[in-house]
Design a protein around this ligand. Structure first.
Ligand SMILES: Nc1nc2c(ncn2[C@@H]2O[C@H](COP(=O)(O)OP(=O)(O)OP(=O)(O)O)[C@@H](O)[C@H]2O)c(=O)[nH]1
Ligand SMILES: [Mg+2]
Length: 181
């Protein structure tokens, strides 16, 4: 009889407002070249922030060890693609929502996305505050205060730093395990 532990595949979702760092998060941690669907932005409100935006999904993969592989899916940030949020969340074990600390409006948009998920998907989740290294940031404590009513774990990350992204994944895994207990 084989004593090897079978490999478990866990799916998780990265979501949040346009420009919060979802695609970057996946690119930073993925061990394969991520699959991305960035297209030229068409909406004025998006064009003001960036030229390319995710329109369907991002996908990346991380082997934690021989017993655990994470399949990581990023969502579009635009509300008009909200049908993708539910499709991508099917059979996911948890979600990470990114909140861009340089924009009040985008923090509010991330909050609306979380509310949408809580109604339609209902997964364990954490919030990661991004872009705290930029001079335009409103600061971690201020962002935390804007999410206080959600009563969930909130951590600061820079999505371009691998150790930060790893910490985010570990924090979500811990949260999910605590939810199971
Ligand atoms: N300085 C800094 N830049 C960041 C951070 N996170 C993301 N960025 C930058 O923010 C920009 C937008 O990042 P994306 O990863 O495209 O954001 P997104 O959430 O995928 O955006 P959409 O797909 O349009 O919704 C990129 O230029 C990133 O390099 C961060 O923590 N610090
Ligand atoms: Mg993207």
């Amino acid at each position: 009889m084989s004593t090897e532990t079978p490999t478990q595949y866990l799916k998780l979702v990265i979501s949040g407002s346009v420009n919060a760092g979802k695609t970057t998060f996946i690119r930073t941690i993925s061990e394969i070249e991520p699959i991305t669907t960035d297209e030229w932005a068409s909406e004025e409100s998006v064009k003001e922030k960036k030229s390319l935006t995710t329109v369907a999904l991002d996908y990346g993969r991380l082997t934690v060890d021989e017993s655990l592989i994470l399949n990581i899916y990023g969502t579009p940030g635009q509300k008009r693609f909200d049908f993708m949020w539910e499709i991508l969340s099917e059979k996911a074990f948890g979600a990470i929502f990114l909140a861009d600390s340089t924009s009040h409006e985008d923090i509010e948009n991330t909050k609306k996305i979380i509310e949408y998920f809580n109604i339609h998907v209902n997964l364990p989740y954490i919030i990661c505050v991004t872009k705290l290294d930029l001079t335009e940031t409103i600061g971690f404590e201020k962002v935390v205060s804007l999410f206080i009513d959600l009563n969930t774990t909130i951590i600061p990350i820079n999505t371009t730093i691998r150790e930060d992204v790893k910490t985010a994944l570990l924090t979500l895994l811990t949260e999910v395990i605590q939810n199971l207990e």
